[in-house]
Design a protein around this ligand. Structure first.
Ligand code: AMP
Length: 606
């Protein structure tokens, strides 16, 4: 995962030293205004701009401020390093000269990773693991889908969860805690210094406790005196474990705060109910409950118990569900081709979970029954956080398909009834999740054939899952498309030309449908092609026309939609590519500070 916003700049060299930078500039000819950008080694997330003027080198540190903007000390804030360089290429505004010519990386020069790059990634993993008890593929999916949100969380509250953080305790109490038990060199804790929000670090060395004030500069960065600056206390602590940076020794073992050690890792309620069977009324309330989340932050997908269904390796998926383990509610969630979908509760060894139950109505219709069995067969093979999971089949008074519950309903309805509150960033986040689920399907060689906003269900406002595998097919290992023998009751407005003309279905035709689904999402649940008849839609597409850009839809997102609607499937992007585009757009808008925030922190120039 690359979250370095300078990574795409051709004049960015990563973590190179000052003398390496000067070497590159020399080789490039030492013309006035030639410049390059490199990573700052002393301030996490910051850069240094190296410029030539009058055959001399000038190095300007670019700080990343807490609100996500970038600026020279005392200079104007900018949304990103690219915007900053563009600004100074037009106007010197305090530099020795305007930036004239980028010193481009040669094709064989790779961006050099810095020591902090892996530190940051490792910490992100550690944070996700500790907070959500995730591992393996589920952890990867969580990180990819929520990286910008996670980075923000880490920057603000991560240290509070750490075992070495003791909160508001006095210097004496800190010493008492460090002296209790073994006292190896480097044993440490971090505490609040006073009401001002600053921190102190207390550590043992030679059986004596030393106290250090953790400094915070004007932009909010933390450091030891004269030491490397970090965005967060946690990052500083991780760094001080590797490098003394002015301390008597590097940090060693944490002096554990009993309170924090008990708190983590926190588990969603349904995984905590081991062995205990609460009364049914308590179950309904608790089963979809979430990890304790601070009031002031939005729920992330991983806060919901359905994010990582197979955390416990002993929990084998049972295909057949016993009727006695299933409580069926009268509440109908919706209806589909072969009956209705009801709310219910499933009892499992590790607790009880809310479920949606697809009840087959007309048992006598052999075809419908077979269709439902096929859907179950497909769903049984899928395991991804962004795909509705099937929990099993129950053959009792009716044939029933038991699925995990997505209680916030279909995406199109959610968007059309929340037009005023749902932001573009929110839609991008959800559609990125859908693209991740579709990329997974593509990798597994499944075609969905009915991707549409009505078939994206929401578990919570920020958590989407692909559902309705009624038309889905598994492709053979050597096939890259499925040929339907007959044309059925098809959602033609979502279908690619090759589906309509030749009944050929592939992941590429799902990509076309993804484009239509995006259009639905960015129009807040609008109806594609409005009142046009299907035959008119076909003519419209054949003539090269495509639906227009929805009002306020970001340009990059409309460009991606149009790529999904590439007429020839050979030239259409696959989901690997679509997910990449969704991801980079999602990250770019979340990393950028909002213009008004940038303006608010603007300081007068020297
Ligand atoms: P389907 O037959 O799959 O199209 O489902 C019909 C309707 O039932 C959907 O539009 C949803 O409103 C509801 N539904 C289906 N599956 C679920 C689920 N897993 N969780 C919540 N509601 C569901």
């Amino acid at each position: 995962m690359s979250s370095d916003p300078a990574a795409d700049l051709p004049f960015y060299y990563g973590s190179i030293s000052r003398s390496d930078a000067e070497q590159h500039l020399k080789l490039a000819g030492m013309a006035d205004g030639i410049f390059l950008l490199r990573q700052c080694l002393r301030s996490l997330g910051g850069y240094v701009l190296s410029v030539v003027w009058n055959l001399e080198f000038h190095h300007y540190p670019v700080d990343k401020q807490l609100n996500g903007t970038y600026c020279f000390t005392g200079g104007k804030p900018h949304c990103g390093p690219a915007e900053l360089c563009e600004f100074y290429s037009k106007d010197a505004d305090g530099l020795v000269c305007a930036l004239k010519k980028p010193c481009l990386r040669s094709p064989d020069t790779v961006i050099r990773p810095g020591v902090f790059d892996s530190l940051r990634e490792n910490m992100l993993r550690e944070y996700v693991k500790q907070n959500w008890n995730l591992e393996g593929e589920a952890m990867e999916q969580a990180i990819i889908s929520q990286a910008p949100q996670l980075e923000k969380l880490m920057a603000t509250t991560a240290h509070e969860k750490m075992p070495w953080y003791h909160g508001k305790v006095t210097r004496q109490e800190g010493e008492r805690r460090l002296y209790s038990g073994a006292q190896p060199d480097g044993k440490f804790l971090v505490r609040d210094r006073d009401e001002s929000g600053s921190f102190a670090l207390s550590m043992v060395y030679g059986k004596t406790v030393y106290h250090y004030q953790i400094l915070q500069d004007k932009s909010g960065k933390y450091s030891m005196p004269e030491g490397t600056k970090f965005d967060t206390v946690w990052q500083l602590v991780q760094y001080l474990k590797m490098k003394a940076d002015g301390l008597v020794t590097v940090l060693g073992e944490a002096c554990v705060n009993g309170k924090n050690a008990e708190k983590t890792p926190s588990l969603p309620a349904s995984r905590r109910t081991n062995g205990y069977t609460p009364p049914p009324q308590a179950v309904a309330a608790a089963s979809m409950s979430v990890t304790t989340v601070p009031e002031n932050r939005e729920l992330l997908p991983m806060d919901c118990s359905g994010f990582n269904p197979y955390h416990n390796p002993n929990e084998v998926r049972r295909f057949n569900i016993q009727r006695s383990n299933l409580l069926i509610d009268e509440v109908e969630l919706g209806s589909g081709n072969f009956g209705c979908v009801k709310k219910g509760v499933l009892k499992t060894e590790s607790g009880q979970i809310d479920v949606a139950i697809k009840v087959l109505k007309n048992e006598n219709e052999k075809l419908v029954r077979e269709e439902m069995m096929r859907e179950a067969e497909i769903m049984h093979q899928l395991c991804n956080p962004f795909i509705v999971r099937m929990l099993g089949l129950c053959n009792a008074e009716n044939l029933m398909l038991v699925m995990e519950m997505a209680s916030a309903g279909p995406l199109n309805k959610f968007l059309s009834s929340n037009k005023d509150t749902v932001t573009m960033e929110h839609i991008v986040n959800l559609m990125h999740q859908v693209s991740m689920g579709m990329k997974y399907l593509e990798e597994k060689n499944f075609v969905h054939r009915d991707l549409a906003a009505r078939n994206i269900l929401l578990v919570k406002q920020q958590f989407a899952k692909i559902s309705d595998f009624g038309l889905s097919k598994a492709l053979g290992a050597d096939d890259n498309y499925y040929k339907s023998r007959t044309a059925g009751k098809w959602p033609l407005k979502w279908y690619a030309p090759e589906c309509i003309h030749f009944r050929k279905f592939s992941s590429k035709s799902d990509v076309w449908s993804f484009g239509v689904t995006m259009w639905e999402a960015f129009t807040y649940g609008g109806r594609p092609y409005k009142k046009m008849k299907t035959t008119d839609v076909m003519r419209f597409i054949e003539s090269g026309s495509r639906m227009e850009c929805p009002t306020a839809c970001p340009e990059q997102m409309y460009t991606l939609m149009k790529e999904c609607w590439t007429y020839k499937h050979e030239e259409r992007p696959d989901f690997k590519k679509v997910e990449e585009s969704m991801r980079s757009y999602h990250y770019s808008i979340s990393n950028k500070a909002k213009p008004e925030e940038a303006a608010a922190t603007s300081e007068p120039i020297k």
